[in-house]
Design a protein around this ligand. Structure first.
Ligand SMILES: Nc1ncnc2c1ncn2[C@@H]1O[C@H](COP(=O)(O)OP(=O)(O)OP(=O)(O)O)[C@@H](O)[C@H]1O
Length: 313
């Protein structure tokens, strides 16, 4: 097992109280596995990614552990995590491609970045990896603004994995790109795993179709908790949690007109994580909720590798 997260609780401190963004998450990731992480906006996907690498000032590690390659990560200790970042765990944050320093040409920017991490820049290896994702070496002599969105994103991916981290977290790396560029980015991620630049990966996204394409396993989160986790095919073809089923039903189908099948979202909205309800957090929106759902459902392994938190699954 490459990553084991157990009962992880991470809250945001706010003037109104604690926002329980991760409220007891338990899951594992095997060597070489790509985990697609999906769920509605605000369910805690980015918080999970950030918790594994750098908590921002408002985040608080309230409980639980994260073990990577047999070693517990000091996730609550910003300074101790310095050793881990970039080398063991690397994160491509949301909007990373817009955050490239606009005043530096890429070669200089990358050299400075690596030196600041105590690593010696290996420009030959950098150029080899760039060509693997279709970026000519001349790109290094350009400013970020001179690159297209897809090129910037591939550059960010190459930079983030240069030190061969064990775990890569890619947060919405495809959402601002057009469809063919999304495919190139997804292919590049798969290539990185094949080449051994990263061992395992968490791919955070809203795009279930793309996740199904590249992930081995899909994990669905709801309101700070795990709803369902299973092999990608099983999630898409035989989901057990009512929330997963509704998420899949709300996807538009190509070739079907609105008059024939109306686009439906999931009625209602997720609960506030400031003061989440007891019991199943999905029960107010769930079409099959019953009395038992006033009690919190445990995460049960209903079939090998198929974990579901629902009394009715
Ligand atoms: N800095 C913060 N201060 C307080 N609450 C926060 C902060 N950042 C996030 N939250 C809250 O934590 C919860 C989880 O947010 P998070 O960004 O992890 O969700 P997400 O699933 O990644 O959403 P999205 O898909 O929109 O990126 C939400 O309720 C959000 O409002």
């Amino acid at each position: 097992m490459s990553l084991q997260v157990s009962e992880l609780k991470v809250y945001y401190r706010t003037l109104k109280g604690d926002v329980r963004a991760l409220d007891g998450m338990t899951f594992g990731l095997r060597d070489g596995e790509i985990l697609g992480l999906v769920g509605e906006s605000g369910c805690g996907k980015s918080t999970l990614g950030k918790s594994l690498i750098r908590m921002d000032g408002r985040m608080r590690h309230v409980g639980g552990t994260v073990v990577l390659d047999g070693r517990e990560l000091p996730i609550g200790d910003d300074r101790a995590m310095n050793e881990v970042r970039f080398r063991e765990v690397s994160l491509i944050p949301q909007y990373a491609m817009s955050a490239l320093n606009p005043t530096r040409k890429l070669r200089r920017m990358i050299t400075e970045l690596l030196r600041s991490r105590g690593a010696t820049p290996d420009l030959e290896e950098l150029e080899r990896r760039m060509s693997q994702v279709g970026l000519p070496r001349e790109v290094l002599d350009r400013y970020p603004i001179e690159l297209s969105g897809g090129m910037k994103q591939r550059m960010v991916m190459v930079i983030s994995t240069l030190l061969d981290p064990s775990l890569l977290i890619a947060d919405e790396v495809t959402s601002a790109l057009d469809v063919s560029t999304q495919k190139a980015v997804a292919r590049a991620l798969l290539g990185f795993r094949e080449s051994g630049y990263v061992k395992s990966m968490i791919f955070v996204t809203h795009d279930l179709a793309l996740t199904h394409h590249i992930a081995d396993t899909i994990m669905v989160m709801y309101a700070g908790k795990l709803a369902e986790k299973a092999p990608a095919d099983v999630i898409v073809k035989a989901p057990r949690h009512p929330y997963t089923k509704l998420l899949l039903d709300s996807l538009p189908e190509v070739g079907v007109r609105y008059a024939d099948r109306r686009l439906e979202g999931i009625a209602g909205s997720p609960p506030s994580l400031l003061n989440p309800p007891t019991g199943c957090r999905f029960r107010d929106r769930c079409p099959i909720a019953g009395e038992q759902c006033a009690e919190e459902p445990p995460v049960a392994e209903l079939a090998p590798d198929h974990h579901v938190a629902c009394w009715k699954a």
